[in-house]
Design a protein around this ligand. Sequence first.
Ligand code: GLP
Length: 634
Amino acid sequence: MSSIIESAGKRLTQEERFEKARTLIFPTPAEASARLAAEVADLIRARQAEGRTAVLGLATGSTPVPFYRELVRLHKEEGLSFRNVISFNLDEYCGLERDHRESYFSFMQDQLFAHVDMPPENVHVPDGTLPVDEVYDYCREYERKIEEAGGIDLQILGIGRTGHIGFNEPGSTRDSQTRMITLDRVTRQDAAADFLGEANVPRFAITMGVGTILAARSLVLMAWGENKAEIVHSAVEGTVTDQVSASFLQEHPNATFLVDTAAASQLTRSCRPWLVRSVTWDEELEKRSVVWLATTLDKPVLKLVDEEYNENGVGELLTEQGPSYDINIRVFNQLQHTITGWPGGKKGSDDTNRPERAQPYPKRVVIFSPEPQDAVTSMGGTIHRLVDQGHQVTIVYQTSGSLRVSDVAARKFSSVILEMGEVLGDEGWKSQTSYAASIIAQLDEKGEFGIDPENVRRLKGLILRGEARDASKVFGAGDSTNLFVDMPFYEKGRYRRFHLTDDDVAIVKKVLERIEPHQIFATGSAADPSSVQALCFTALRSSLEQLKEQSWLGNCFVWLYRGRDKRVDSHEIDMAVPMSPDQLALKMDAVRKFQSIGREELSTADQNREIAKNYDSLGMAEYEAIEAFQRWRP
Ligand code: GLP
């Protein structure tokens, strides 16, 4: 494969012809990051041999984390020295002290600088603590320092969901320079989990300008996960516009988008491959292209005609498999057969055209919930049916979810205990009262932004446990349904920087070995690969890999439900479980039990309605709402 860093002069292939910037797709972030790190190491070494410096522009966020881990490994295990490296970071929040745990300065220390031998005077991260009237001069000075260092050899970039590079929010012009900016709403929402609430996210930041960034000799923009697929598509295939600052990379002679398969999923070559190459028309592709055609033309599948296939680039399918009516019927039936009110299989029925097997019945079902609210939010209606239809359901709450619980909830709970002690005035309450008082003191001491001490985190986890039990009760599930396993990666970690270990995998494996399920439900590879959901899925995948010789696994179906922020397209659905208005209301009742984390979850009803609406537009029956699943064959 060609170099990532050096792209100048490379021509686009037929397959890439919709792409206006060079784009390399790797199966996983780890593989892409390792390749890039190896090239950066070569650059650094080549410069060392010439007695020169290498000037790197660095980025923060979850995206470059695997890249930095690999650089640190190369330093520790393969003797790569950073003595001749000079770095300039893209941006920094305003108003955070450098040692604030969410400052980009601390981030860079944690991820890279503290682990390699870079001289501290070579490190530059914009200073977000300056008084406003000093910022302008400071920014000019930052630009001057970059020039003095000889300009940036390689600029590493991530991309925000608004299409920003650095913090160049929509509206940043092509020649903008280092400056102070106001953060976009979407950007602040995306950072909300790091700061334990959107209100705590700083409103301003200092960022290198688009012009500063484009002045680098080469640029590599990394993006992982489906969350980024839409914006990567706009930046790579859309027009160049200051509304998507990453689109300016199209005009740079040496810029590369380095993405994983999920982030590439909206590029034409991935989602409509028939437009750029000749494809083998299997069932999956037939379904995908017909659903796309029907959706684009806003027509039910059974009404599509030959001309419409031809005029919209699906003529090849028509020639090979047509006429259109035959194709339409086949796809219609495929879609129809995904719909079932019996997610655990229908007892005693012919299951040839059903998503699940009729036997065995009842089934042992394991539902993995990465954070406690995930399972109910994403598949509450289905849990209700499974319980109702007599299956042995176990909901495995993989993490405690404590990082999501607000201080207010912990304070409320402690205050109640405290008052209870006072009201009863009873000696027996002494230890509870002092426990509650200590929690309140710890909350006061750490303040809004502080890290929760272990005791507070434990209490927050327990509050969520209670809420999870209440939620499952709504579906008539007994307490034995709930299994809390508190995977250690979560208890020890923080958002965007979690680190999965063998201990986590072992916990999942143990649960599966004990239950030997016939059916597993889990969130699939989530929209954001650094998320709790994605790591929990990785743990499941690894444990299934270790268990693959076990005979029960051969008889087990794995169903993936969609995580919160992940859209589901009709063609991807293998099982669609419909809900009546009453069933949806019951599900929402369960979702609302998660009071201590509140907000965001309510959009879940809209998502379920949207899936139903899409099915309806394709010509399926009109349901109030649908929960959707994909069959996964490990
Ligand atoms: C922030 C940073 C960007 C980064 C973006 C995406 O906005 N300023 O440099 O690219 O977040 O973050 P993540 O990599 O976590 O998706």
